[in-house]
Ligand binder design. Structure first.
Ligand code: BG6
Length: 487
């Protein structure tokens, strides 16, 4: 079903870090899919840039391998067409080597839509931007991705370095969660239906849960991850973005600043978590050896090979101080090596005010709206209905169940496919603005500081479980329970 896809005007995309993992696993396959979908038009040019010396043919061969490895159905003609768009030039992020050639190549193009994707380590973002400015290339758009700092001060420094060359309206900060289908559907559900918005407030919603559970461990990234931890890796960005989309006021349009202004207000309204309340509102965990997908798996410290107090799990109770959400807790939970890969946003409505049913009807369960991000994307609305047949009024909790895979016969497209073309079109709605990133750090920093000063080690949990028991206590203290698997 590609008939409704609108082709984009020809563009030039320079990918720094073109031989790296992000480019091979995500960017090249995403661009290939869009070419297969008929959206790339001639003479679109994709220029790989990295320190390594190689010619176009060698880069095309690397790209071919990446696409064959990461794309399941590859049409040979489309692949040849796509590879013919690729070029390569070597340039060093940390010296002027290669930059004249890069500038000559790019300025020779008549295409004005030029995008620079910095698929490199963040330490290179500032130096690359400075050179883009100095070599006369700052007329384009620049794309960067997390980690955008490790606290507010470092995020500000990074934003300053990029902002010294590119104006904010040409800086695209990717959070790939914003490109996920269900995340966008959250906006469709809220703002394209009359049903939910009147109930979307503290008078009708009891609480919200946002869970991003991963069954994988830290894989080969233990060294990077140990500097980061779950709070920085997942909460500061992806989970707070999800929270914003659930909690924001309806923007007056989907224009980038209309949406981002509303998200910013949510971040600014988050109640600070301080040293005094970390024990009641946060739990940090770290996995120990256990079992996962039927096999034994090592603990985090064994994978890392040294002692560490970095958390691989975090659960939080967040509160938003405004009229719409006063008194409605948002419980967030994410971790590595949990029982399943499952990411959901669960909105639980308040109980009915009075029951007309007698005790034979069974317990009345609160209505729930479950938006499932992965693995099988979909939306479920859990309702109480009558059990069919005679035998009196017996009630059951049953979902109205909409699985995307069953309802729409389309290939699941990766978030990067959408986000890359949004950059090319100059559409910033799904990208984070500087003030959003900094407001998120402003809320995260005191939590990190409180954890640091408490000097408590993260709570151990066995790999393959739902995290430390303290995380269960965090929500059960409030008379609520984590919802697993859309139930
Ligand atoms: C990344 C984190 O941003 O998101 C990873 O750095 C995490 O640690 C990943 O595994 C999860 O993304 P997804 O799309 O697989 O849910």
């Amino acid at each position: 079903m590609t008939s409704r896809l609108i082709p984009v005007d020809p563009f030039v995309l320079a990918v720094f870090g073109a031989t790296g993992d992000l480019a091979r696993r995500k960017l090249l396959p995403a661009l290939f899919h869009r070419d297969a979908g008929g959206q790339l038009t001639d003479p679109t040019l994709i220029v790989g840039v990295s320190r390594r010396d190689m010619d176009d043919a060698t880069f095309r061969e690397l790209a071919r391998e990446a696409i064959l490895e990461h794309v399941s159905e590859v049409d040979a003609d489309v692949l040849d067409r796509f590879l013919s768009r690729l070029h390569y030039t070597a340039a060093d992020a940390e010296s002027d080597t290669g930059w004249e050639a890069l500038a000559t190549l790019l300025t020779a193009q008549s295409i004005r839509d030029q995008v620079f994707y910095l698929a490199t380590a963040p330490v290179h973002f500032g130096p690359i931007c400075e050179r883009l400015g100095r070599f006369g290339l700052a007329h384009g758009r620049v794309v960067i991705e997390k980690p955008l700092g490790r606290d507010l001060a470092s995020a500000q420094r990074l934003n300053d370095a990029i902002g010294a060359v590119f104006p904010e309206e040409r800086i695209y900060r990717i959070d790939h969660y914003l490109g996920k289908e269900t995340v966008q559907n959250l906006m469709a559900l809220r703002f394209a239906n009359a049903l939910f918005e009147p109930l979307w407030n503290a008078a009708h919603i009891d609480h919200v849960q946002i869970s991003v559970a991963e069954s994988l461990g830290v894989e080969g990234r233990a060294d990077y991850y140990d500097q980061t931890g779950a709070l920085r890796d997942m909460v500061q960005n992806h989970m707070l973005q999800l929270l914003c989309l659930v909690a924001m006021e309806p923007p007056n349009s989907l224009d980038a600043d209309a949406v981002r202004d509303e998200k910013l207000k949510v971040l600014q309204a988050l109640k600070p978590i301080t040293r005094n309340d970390i024990h009641l509102t946060t739990v940090r965990g770290q996995y120990r050896a256990g079992a996962n997908n039927g096999g034994a798996v090592a603990g985090y410290l064994d994978e890392l090979g040294r002692a560490s107090t970095t958390e691989t799990f975090v659960a939080l109770k967040a509160e938003i101080r405004n009229w719409r959400w006063a008194g409605v807790p948002f419980y967030l939970r994410t971790g590595k090596r949990l029982a399943a890969r499952s990411s959901e946003i669960v909105v639980t409505f308040r109980p009915i005010p009075h029951s007309v049913f007698d005790s034979h009807a069974g317990p009345l369960v609160q209505n729930r709206l479950v938006m499932r991000l992965q693995p099988d994307e979909g939306v479920k609305l859990w309702l109480m209905i009558k059990d069919p047949g005679p035998g009196g009024m017996r009630l059951r909790n049953v979902p109205l169940d909409m699985s995307f895979a069953e309802t729409f016969d389309v290939r699941h497209s990766d978030a990067y496919e959408r986000l890359l073309l949004d950059v090319v079109r100059g559409q910033q709605t799904l990208f984070m603005r500087r003030d959003e990133v900094e407001a998120a750090w402003q809320w995260i920093d005191p939590i990190l500081e409180a954890w640091r000063s408490s000097e408590e080690a993260p709570k151990p949990y066995t790999a393959g479980t739902w995290g430390p028991s303290a995380a269960i206590a965090l929500i059960e203290r409030d008379g609520r329970t984590w919802v697993e698997d859309g139930a």
